[in-house]
Structures are given as C-alpha cells and as structure tokens.
Design a protein around this ligand. Structure first.
Ligand code: ADP
Length: 267
C-alpha cells in the first residue's frame, strides 16, 4: 500500500509539474505575441507622421528665402536625411514583425527575373553613379519562373544597395544570376559581389542578425540601421534557400543566395 501511495504521489507530482510548466509557457507566448503586435502597430502608426514631416520639409526646402540662408538649408537637409532613415527603419521593423508572426505568405506569380533584375539595377544606377561605381548584371536572356516578385526584388535591392554602400568610389559591383537544373529541383542562384571594404571573418555569421553592424557609426552615416541582412535572411528562409557571405577585409564581399524552385514552375 505504501508503494502504491508513493507511486500515486509521484504521478501527481509529474502531472502538477507538467501543468505548471504549461501555465508558465502561456504567459511567455502571450507576451511575445503582444510585443510583436506592439512593434508592428507602432511602426505602422509612425509611417503617417513621418511622411507628413517629409513633405513639410520638402515644402520648406522650396521656400524662396531658403537659398539665402545656408544654415537653415543645412538643418533642413539633415532633418530630411534623419526622417528618411526613420521611415526606412519603421518599414523594416514592420516587415520583420510581420515575418515573425509567420502569417506572411509568399506570392506565386509568373515573373521574368531577368527583367526584374534589370529594373532593380536601373533604379540603383544613380547611387552607383554618385560613387563612379561600375554596376553590371550577368544573367540568362530570360528567366521565367513562378515566385514572389516583391520579395525577390527586396532581397536583391538589399544586397546590391549594401554592395554600393560598402564599396569605395570607383569600385565594381557585379550581380550574377544563374539556374542549375537538377533532377527534381531547379536551384536559382544570385551572387552579389563587390570589391569594397569587406567583412571580418568573425562577423560573417553575425551580420545576418538584427541590428548587428560591424561599425555602428559608419553604418549610421550611410543611412543603415542593421536590419537589411536580417530581412534578406528571412526572405531566403521563407523560400527554404540559403544565404552566405565570402569576404576578405579590404578585398571585397560576395553574397551567395541559393533558392530551390519546384520543377514545373518554369514556363
Ligand atoms: P546596414 O543597415 O548596417 O547596412 P545590414 O543588415 O544590411 O545593415 O548589414 C549589416 C552589416 O553587415 C553592415 O553594417 C556592414 O557592417 C556589413 N555589410 C553588409 N554588406 C556588406 C558589404 N557588401 N560589404 C561590407 N560590409 C557589409
């Protein structure tokens, strides 16, 4: 009887500890969800006042007296830069908060990736020109597939924009897109390569984590806040792909993305 009682107590203790651990888990999960929703709502709410501020600054910059007042013009230009940075930060936080909820579904629409890539390069050409950077694209003449055009564009923009930012004037940025046709899977490969400042070996993994920057003041000066590569990683993960960097300090960086595509998704 004593043994049965002991066993009963043991079973009761097990059940109780199980319930307790569940009870502890629920508030943690709830507070995590609440925190994520808070970040998403806050960043969403910030966008309207920021865009009002930006257009107000634009209006002031066009005011007649502005050209005669270099101090005011400089202050306004600084304000404009900071407001643009905050707008980007709010947008990036919103993207990541939404990605955390797992509710974001990838679109599956027909797209010609070559045309998309050309369009992206065109939109970034002015940035490259400002630093006399040679921006080139190497890709098959046509890359028809089904995929999420917006996400793939966002991924390429992040990588190319970084390559331009972290490459000194007169450098080279190359974008290479190719497809490996395997048995049951096609692998789409993007490479974005620069001959810029490079990344220390010990930072190769960390740069994909949120808010991680090798040099905070340099990144801030260049308009960054350390979320670009975290978003790139999320887009690649959502596609069940891989992303890694090969880089040497002062020689350049090469970001390699590989995304599997289901057979039959090519027209
Ligand atoms: P940021 O807004 O700082 O550019 P990212 O998440 O896009 O944020 O990048 C994180 C960090 O990775 C950067 O601050 C920089 O230190 C490093 N990095 C990213 N791309 C490159 C590159 N092409 N060359 C050198 N360093 C890079």
């Amino acid at each position: 009887a004593l043994m049965t009682l002991g066993l009963l107590f043991f079973a009761l203790a097990l059940i109780l500890s199980h319930i307790m651990s569940k009870r502890a888990m629920i508030p943690i999960m709830q507070s995590y969800t609440r925190q994520r929703e808070f970040v998403a709502d806050a960043s969403h709410e910030l966008r309207t006042p920021l865009s009002v501020m930006l257009s107000s600054i634009d209006t002031l910059q066009l005011e007649d007296g502005m050209a005669q007042n270099p101090f005011a013009a400089r202050v306004l230009a600084n304000m404009r830069n900071e407001v643009k940075r905050m707008t980007k930060l709010a947008g990036d936080l919103l993207t990541l908060a939404r990605s955390d909820s797992g509710e974001v579904l990838l679109a599956n629409e027909p797209l010609d990736l070559r045309a998309n890539a050309e369009h992206i390069l065109q939109s970034l050409q002015a940035l490259a020109d400002a630093k006399q950077i040679q921006l080139t694209l190497q890709a098959p003449p046509s890359l028809m597939m089904y995929g999420d055009a917006d996400r793939l564009e966002q991924l390429l923009v992040i990588l190319i924009d970084n390559a331009i930012k972290y490459t000194p004037d007169g450098g080279d940025v190359r974008v290479m897109i190719s497809v490996e046709r395997a048995k049951s899977m096609h692998i789409l490969q993007f490479i974005v390569e620069d001959n810029g400042i490079g990344i220390r070996a010990e930072d190769h993994k960390q740069i994909f984590t949120r808010f991680y920057r090798e040099d905070k003041s340099r990144s801030k000066e260049l308009g960054g806040h350390g979320l670009g590569l975290a978003i790139a990683k999320w887009i690649v993960d959502a596609h069940r792909g891989t992303i890694h960097v090969e880089s040497k300090v002062n020689q350049g960086s090469r970001f390699v993305v590989r995304i599997p595509m289901r057979e039959g998704s090519w027209s």
